[in-house]
Design a protein around this ligand. Structure first.
Ligand SMILES: Cc1cc2nc3c(=O)[nH]c(=O)nc-3n(C[C@H](O)[C@H](O)[C@H](O)COP(=O)(O)OP(=O)(O)OC[C@H]3O[C@@H](n4cnc5c(N)ncnc54)[C@H](O)[C@@H]3O)c2cc1C
Length: 312
């Protein structure tokens, strides 16, 4: 039976839920304070990699489901690129999400930058958000979805107007759901011209911030910072220089790549991702937020589980 649904939020979480709900025949409206290109989802480096997100077992399942969904979408128009990735390690490590990945194997010594004794190579996806989010949005609108720009002060503003509400407000859940467990973790990225690189490099294990090199079709995203509790959206010049230096140490071909810009966003971190159904009076609210540094990686897996709660 078709249900009249409001999805709060037009980032990757809201758009993915909205599309799945439409595919099941429901009438869907999105209400959101901002939309692409002004969401955290637009800022993401957006490679498939579970980072700063919990609980591990559910995350592994959501990530695998999303991986399979990106494999089905894989299309340059949608901005979904296949990329080999190498995760650099100081000790051999077992990751719950990596074993079954295509192309997964230990890195060869000649693939490792100086200072690293181990690494794992796997096939991954890079999602070019400047293409992907407009592509998702377009598909939603073409299927008779509507998007209304409005900033809500509380969930009740939506529950009064729909049979079911999906709550996908990212960090906005702090105010909308009064969720004091949300923690903004600021991230800064640097965008440089792509000098011909096509492998993602990740170093999460050298202490301090995560370092990554994420090649897209025209540019490369260099990261990053992980500033817990910080909410300043201006970029910081010292951080830019530090990011470029760390990435250059991993990928010398970046040496002459001109800087195209910087971008800053707040990861919507939470002790655990919240995919849960809750009654607000007579109206079910289905929460889907708190995806930390992996909202793109988990987007389809979490959407499938959240939409499944409609039948509960
Ligand atoms: C620097 C950085 C790098 C990242 N890199 C990666 C990566 O490589 N891979 C990966 O998987 N993830 C990455 N992430 C994480 C990812 O960006 C987030 O987890 C994801 O974008 C969260 O999506 P969302 O839809 O929940 O939130 P958002 O994209 O923030 O969307 C929230 C939506 O809710 C709306 N909203 C909020 N409050 C209200 C309100 N009161 N009323 C109405 N609407 C409201 C907003 O306007 C917006 O439309 C990165 C994040 C950062 C900051």
């Amino acid at each position: 039976m078709a249900v009249d649904i409001i999805v709060i939020g037009c980032g990757v979480a809201g758009l993915s839920c909205a599309r799945l709900l439409q595919e099941q025949g429901h009438r869907v409206r999105i209400w959101a304070a901002t939309q692409s290109p002004r969401t955290t989802s637009d800022v993401a480096a957006a490679f498939w990699y579970p980072y700063r997100v919990y609980p591990e077992e559910r995350v592994a399942r959501w990530a695998r489901d999303s991986f399979a969904a990106f494999a089905r979408i894989k299309d340059v128009d949608a901005g979904v690129l296949t990329r080999s990735a190498i995760e650099l390690l100081h000790e051999p490590a077992e990751r719950s999400w990596s074993a079954a990945l295509p192309g997964a194997r230990p890195a060869r010594a000649d693939e490792l930058p100086e200072g690293f004794a181990h690494g794992q190579v796997f096939d991954s996806y890079v999602i070019e958000t400047p293409r992907y989010l407009p592509w998702l949005r377009r598909r939603f609108l073409e299927a008779e979805g509507t998007i209304e720009v409005r900033a809500l002060a509380g969930l009740a503003e939506a529950t009064d107007h729909a049979e079911v509400v999906f709550h996908c407000a990212g960090l906005g859940a702090r105010e909308l759901a009064g969720d004091g467990s949300m923690l903004p973790v600021r991230g800064q990225l640097v965008r440089v011209r792509n000098p011909g690189i096509d492998r993602v490099i990740i170093d999460e294990h050298s202490g301090g911030a995560i370092t990554y090199v994420v090649p897209r079709s025209e540019d490369v995203i260099l990261g990053g910072t992980t500033d817990e509790g910080e909410e300043l959206l201006d970029s910081d010049r010292a951080a830019t220089e530090a990011i470029v230096a760390r990435c250059l140490a991993l990928e010398p071909r970046l040496r002459d790549a001109p800087i195209l810009g910087t971008q800053v966003g707040l990861r919507p971190c939470r002790p655990e991702v919240r995919v849960e159904r809750e009654m607000h009076g007579d109206t079910p609210v289905i929460h889907n937020y708190g995806h930390g540094g992996a909202g793109i990686t988990l987007s389809w897996g979490c959407a499938v589980e959240a939409v499944g709660l409609l039948r509960a």
